[in-house]
Write a protein that binds this ligand. Structure first.
Ligand code: NAD
Ligand code: UDP
Length: 323
C-alpha cells in the first residue's frame, strides 16, 4: 500500500486550518488535525471525519504534543486571529505563539519534519512603509492592546528562525494578510463578517473611525494555493507575504457590502480601536518571483461566494453573538 505523507495541522478547526485540511486531503496526505476549539468549530471539519486518512485530536498545543510514528510536515496555524478574540483571551494568545511554537518546533526537530508557521501582516504593526515588503521590520506597540497578538507572532518568527539556524529544522514563514471566505465566524468581529452579519440582520453597518483606514482582502483559496507553493519551495526560509494587493478603504468596503447585500441600512461611525493600523497592502514581489503565485479571485467574485455562504446559515446562527 502507498505510504501517505503525514501532516499535523494545528488550529485545524478554525477558518484557515479547515481549508488547509481540505487541501492536504485533496493532495492525498494523511492529515492529523489538532485544535482545542477555543475559537474554532468541529463543524468546519466534520465532513472529513469519515475519511481513513483524517484524524482529530482535541489538544491545547501550548502543552506538550505527542504524535506517535513518523511526521513529514507541521503547519502551526493555532492562534486566536481576530482582534475581538485576542483581546478577550490575551494570555492564551501569547502562550500559543510562544509555548505552542516551541512545542511544534521541538516536535519538528524530533521527527525531522518541515514546519510552517502562520505569521501575519500584524508583524508590521501600524506600518510606516507602504506597501509592506518582507524587509520592513514593523512598527508595533508591545504593550498596546494588539501587542499580545503582534508580539506573539514576532516571537514565533524569531523562534522559528532560531530553530532553523541552530537546529537545522526545515522551516517556512508565511506572512498572511487579511483573508476572507466561507467558514469565517459571523460574529468574530472581523470587518467582513461584521458588515455582512449586520446587513443580514437588518442593522446599520459599523465603520470604526472615519473609514479612511485601508486593508487588502485575499480570498481563502488564493491564500491556500500560495501556502501550498511556499511549503513545497525548497531552501527558502525567509518570510514571504501572501495576500491580495487590491487595497480598499473600510468606508468604501462598507459601500461595497451595502451594494452586494442590497440592504437599506446605512453606515454609522464608531470609535477607532487603539493602535488600529491606518493602511495595509502587501508587496507580493517575492511570492511572484519565488512561487509564481498571484491571487486569481477578485473581490467581487470572492465576496459573492462568501455572502452566499453566510446566507445559507440558519437563523439561530445568524442571531447568535459570541461577544
Ligand atoms: P481561527 O480563530 O478561525 O482559527 C484558529 C484556530 O486555532 C481555532 O480553531 C482555535 O480553536 C485554534 N487554537 C487557538 N489556540 C489553540 C491552542 N492553544 N491549541 C490548539 N488550538 C488552538 O483563525 P484563522 O483566521 O483561521 O487564523 C488561523 C491562523 O492564521 C492564525 O495563526 C492566525 O494568526 C493566522 N492569520 C490569519 C489571518 C486571517 O486573515 N484569517 C491573517 C493573518 C494570520
Ligand atoms: N472595522 C470596522 N467595523 C467593524 C469591524 C472592523 O470599521 O465592525 C475596521 C477595523 O477597525 C479595521 C478594519 O475594519 O480598521 C479591519 O478590521 P479587522 O478586525 O477585520 O482586521 P485587522 O484590523 O486585524 O486587519
Amino acid at each position: 500500500m502507498k505510504q501517505r505523507k503525514k501532516v499535523l495541522i494545528t488550529g485545524a478547526a478554525g477558518f484557515l486550518g479547515s481549508h488547509l485540511c481540505d487541501r492536504f486531503i485533496k493532495e492525498d496526505f494523511h492529515v492529523i488535525a489538532m485544535d482545542n476549539l477555543i475559537t474554532g468549530r468541529l463543524k468546519n471539519i466534520e465532513h472529513l471525519f469519515p475519511l481513513e486518512n483524517f484524524e482529530f485530536y482535541n489538544h491545547d498545543v501550548s502543552k506538550f504534543i505527542h504524535i506517535p510514528g513518523e511526521l513529514d510536515y507541521i503547519m502551526h496555524f493555532a492562534s486566536p486571529a481576530s482582534p475581538i478574540d485576542y483581546l478577550k483571551i490575551p494570555i492564551q494568545t501569547l502562550k500559543v505563539g510562544s509555548l505552542g511554537i516551541h512545542n511544534c518546533l521541538g516536535l519538528a526537530k524530533a521527527k525531522n519534519a518541515t514546519l510552517m508557521i502562520a505569521s501575519t501582516s500584524e508583524v508590521y504593526g501600524d506600518p510606516e512603509v507602504h506597501p509592506q515588503t518582507e524587509e520592513y521590520w514593523g512598527n508595533v506597540n508591545p504593550i498596546g492592546p494588539r501587542g499580545v497578538y503582534d508580539e506573539a507572532k514576532r516571537f514565533q518568527e524569531a523562534m522559528t528562525m532560531a530553530y532553523h539556524t541552530f537546529h537545522d529544522v526545515d522551516t517556512r514563514i508565511v506572512r498572511i494578510f487579511n483573508t476572507y471566505g466561507p467558514r469565517m465566524r459571523l460574529n468574530d468581529g472581523r470587518v467582513l463578517p461584521a458588515f455582512i452579519g449586520q446587513a443580514l440582520r437588518g442593522e446599520d453597518l459599523t465603520v470604526f473611525g472615519d473609514g479612511s483606514q485601508t486593508r487588502s482582502f485575499c480570498y481563502v483559496d488564493d491564500l491556500v494555493e500560495g501556502i501550498y507553493r511556499l511549503l513545497n519551495k525548497k531552501d527558502y526560509h525567509q518570510p514571504v507575504n501572501i495576500g491580495n494587493p487590491d487595497e480598499i478603504s473600510i468606508g468604501d468596503f462598507a459601500e461595497e457590502i451595502i451594494k452586494l447585500t442590497g440592504t437599506t441600512q446605512k453606515v454609522i461611525y464608531k470609535d477607532l480601536p487603539v493602535n488600529d493600523p491606518k493602511q495595509r497592502q502587501p508587496d507580493i514581489t517575492k511570492a511572484i518571483d519565488l512561487l509564481g503565485w498571484t491571487p486569481k479571485v477578485d473581490r467581487a467574485s470572492g465576496l459573492k461566494i462568501t455572502y452566499d455562504y453566510f446566507k445559507s446559515l440558519s437563523k439561530d446562527e445568524l442571531e447568535k453573538t459570541d461577544h
